[in-house]
Design a protein. Structure first.
Length: 303
């Protein structure tokens, strides 16, 4: 499988994870701070760290102090970005939140250009523009004009996009210089520190324990499955970053929007109590056109 295959694994798995995130937020975290949900993410990364260390102990621990600090910071930034995303998901449907992920490739291009000196060919630039145009198309609502653009949602997801792009930039800088698994290990360390920091705060620790007592079995099972799915998408995306420009990989990652819609339609038809998507002809045509634009963009990017 080449880098494009790994890059596409990310949005497919993230789309599944987005619907699971929405289910978790609505079912267990509607009136609870979403930071508590991220504690479970931190615990999942913490559980995987010994496996990575056992698999590649030499490269994991033979890093200089500055590299370890920056790679750990990348993990902390990643968790910070996810916090903004989950806050947006508390108030909006998954198919409404997902299109705003297109801010990531825009920030990614700027950071990659100025920090890494990455350059895109004309064909790749056109492909990235088509992908971004496609996901922008699905973000246009059909309600009254004053409701078509959601400013708070845009602010949360734009902040998420910038923080995630900064985290990805740090990861790529060290994934190129050092070993992939070593970088991933120390990113997980940063995620674990993020979760541990909030567990040290009484309010969040009490909420965490309350959720474990009241819904422990179901919550752990669903969240563990969700984190494994999200982890698979993240690892595939990070691996693709080693071989392709940051803006291109993140532009492909923006197709998560389309997969979120497709899965949402399937859930609406099969399990309407779980998810509801607009299935009017106008909505389906809009998403279909967006899919064509994104497919054309991916074809150009992969050349």
């Amino acid at each position: 499988m080449n880098w494009l295959g790994f890059a596409l694994c990310g949005p497919v798995l993230w789309a599944i994870s987005t619907h699971l995130d929405k289910y978790l937020v609505d079912r267990y975290f509607k009136d609870t701070d979403v930071v508590v949900l991220l504690v479970f993410t931190a615990l999942m990364g913490l559980a995987l760290m010994p496996i990575i260390a056992l698999f590649d102990a030499t490269t994991v621990f033979q890093r200089d102090g500055l590299s370890i600090v920056l790679m750990t910071l990348s993990g902390i930034l990643y968790m910070g970005g996810i916090t903004f995303y989950l806050r947006a998901l508390q108030d909006h449907e998954a198919s409404v939140v997902a299109p705003f992920f297109q801010s990531s490739p825009l920030f990614g291009y700027i950071l990659g250009f100025f920090v890494l000196g990455e350059r895109l060919s004309g064909t790749q630039f056109a492909g990235g523009a088509l992908i971004i145009g496609g996901v922008l198309l699905v973000s246009i609502g059909s309600g009254p004009r004053r409701e078509r653009f959601r400013w708070r949602l845009a602010a949360l997801m734009s902040t998420c996009g910038f923080v995630m792009s900064l985290s990805t930039l740090i990861f790529k800088m060290f994934a190129i210089k050092d070993e992939f698994w070593a970088t991933t290990f120390w990113m997980f360390a940063g995620e674990a520190l993020f979760g541990f920091g909030f567990l040290c705060i009484g309010r969040f620790r009490r909420e965490f324990m309350r959720l474990l007592r009241n819904n422990g079995g179901a919550l752990i099972a669903i969240n563990a499955s969700n984190e494994l799915i999200n982890l698979g998408g993240g690892l595939a995306n990070r691996y693709a970053l080693i071989f392709a420009p940051i803006a291109i990989v993140q532009a492909i990652g923006s197709t998560t929007t389309l997969f979120v819609f497709v899965i949402g339609v399937a859930l609406t038809l099969l399990f309407p109590s779980v998810s509801r998507e607009a299935l009017a002809p106008r909505d389906l045509a809009q998403k279909g056109l967006a899919a064509v634009l994104v497919a054309a963009g991916i074809a150009l990017v992969s050349r």
